[in-house]
Design a protein around this ligand. Structure first.
Ligand SMILES: *Cc1c(COP(=O)(O)O)cnc(C)c1O
Length: 410
């Protein structure tokens, strides 16, 4: 049969084991432990000869079903669900690098990822070397025999810069290092990481996938396209688990020993979120395009950035990598910071909050909030203007959003 579309696939992923009551929804298995029929089976399980759920910190049926769905939807080799996006990022790095080794990272990052790389990893002896990821020779100059990965975000926030994924993949391949993408901004219905040479995808499922800011979660996606024998931290796992080496190390070492697994309740919400993901993203995208046209035509708006708009410098890359849907975050500028604050305070439908991909449209002034601890030079380097606002566009009826913006502009 022909390969089904995103939503059809999501709605029809089979459970790992059939439900005894033929339930049409994956039940919520709210339990910590699972029982064995016999002492012999129990022994076989602990020897690794009989696979079964044992204790929910390591695996459980509802979380497993979320992982199976995400695996089907991303066409990937294996998926592990964890407690948050930050847990996914931290765990992935800990699995592939140890003290004395390093990773190369983009210098425009989600704030807490930057803090993890800058403040936490050095304490463990792992160095993050920050680079301008548009410059292949700068990246190559930073690579040495201890470099284990190149780490990047598909679309940076709030600059909305798009990574040259083909170039990054070529550099990573040439040096036999792992390419890790944080694809939180570009959901799996618009972005196929594995086809572009990404080896590991990390996602904050808190954002799009949760179905509208319902719960915290993260996912680590192994695209099955890296030879784990090359990485000295995984070769031991390769001997035992073969192609599953990376996810096996995460499950049986990193998360088992440090915690940070996804709860069954959260997985249940993530499952629901996946089924309506495509619908939501399409609606948010349409709203972004309508708002973009409105902003472009309004003289009070000094500047608008959304790579989905033809006039945006990054439109070609957005078409190439994301089918023209580079996420649904946009920014726009008024004439001053004061004008931004006045505008934000007058809004009645758009909410003042810091999150991405809620069902509600959210607004924030990054310069005075997310970048509050930066000095002016650092903000400039990071591309943060004091008259810029970030909109995370939701699924409201767009005429209501435009009406709200028009009244707040005065
Ligand atoms: C939100 C976010 C994270 C962190 O995810 P949490 O689920 O909040 O831990 C990481 N990367 C990006 C790009 C994000 O937007």
């Amino acid at each position: 049969m022909k390969k089904t579309g995103f939503t059809t696939t999501s709605l029809n992923v089979a459970y790992a084991k059939p439900d005894p009551h033929n339930s049409l929804q994956m039940p919520l298995y709210e339990t910590v432990a699972f029982e064995f029929d016999s002492a012999e089976k129990m022994e076989a399980n602990f020897k690794g000869e009989y696979i079964a759920h044992v204790y929910s910190r390591t695996s459980s049926p509802t979380v497993e079903y979320f992982e199976l769905k995400l695996k089907a939807l991303t066409g990937s080799y294996a998926v592990l669900a964890v407690s948050s996006g930050m847990a996914a990022i931290a765990g992935s790095i800990l699995a592939i690098a140890k003290s004395g080794e390093n990773i190369i990272s983009g210098n425009r990052l989600f704030g807490h990822t930057y803090a993890l790389f800058q403040d936490t990893l050095p304490g463990l002896g792992i160095e993050a070397r920050f680079s301008d990821l548009t410059d292949a020779s700068e990246i190559e100059n930073l690579i040495d025999t201890k470099t284990r990965a190149i780490y990047f975000e598909t679309v940076t926030n709030p600059q909305l810069e798009i990574a040259d994924i083909e170039m990054l993949s070529a550099v990573a391949k040439k040096h036999d290092i792992i390419l890790i993408a944080d694809s939180t901004m570009t959901p799996p219905n618009v972005f196929c990481a594995g086809k572009l040479g990404v080896n590991i995808e990390v996602v904050s499922t808190t954002k799009y996938i949760s179905g509208g800011a319902t719960s915290f979660g993260g996912a680590i996606i192994d695209h099955g396209n890296f030879d784990w024998t090359i990485n000295p931290n995984l070769s031991k796992y390769y001997d035992k688990f073969g192609k599953n080496a990376f996810i096996a190390k995460l499950r049986k070492n990193i998360y088992r020993n440090t915690g940070g697994s996804m709860t069954p309740q959260t997985a249940k919400m993530m499952i629901q979120g996946l089924d309506i993901l495509e619908l939501r993203v399409e609606k948010c995208y349409k709203n972004c395009m309508a708002l973009g046209a409105f902003f472009e035509s309004n003289p009070k708006i000094i500047r608008v950035d959304y790579p989905g708009i033809k006039a945006d410098l990054r439109f070609q890359l957005s078409e190439k990598y994301f089918n023209g849907i580079p996420g649904t975050i946009m920014t726009f500028d008024l004439e001053s910071k004061e004008a931004c604050f006045d505008f934000m305070d007058k809004l009645k439908i758009i909410r003042r909050a810091t999150n991405l991909n809620d069902n509600k449209t959210l607004i924030i002034h990054p310069h005075s909030t997310i970048y509050a601890e930066f000095n002016e030079v650092e903000r400039k380097t990071a591309g943060i203007r004091d008259a810029m606002m970030r909109l995370s566009v939701g699924i409201e009826n767009v005429e209501d959003l435009i009406c709200d913006i028009e009244q707040a502009l005065g």
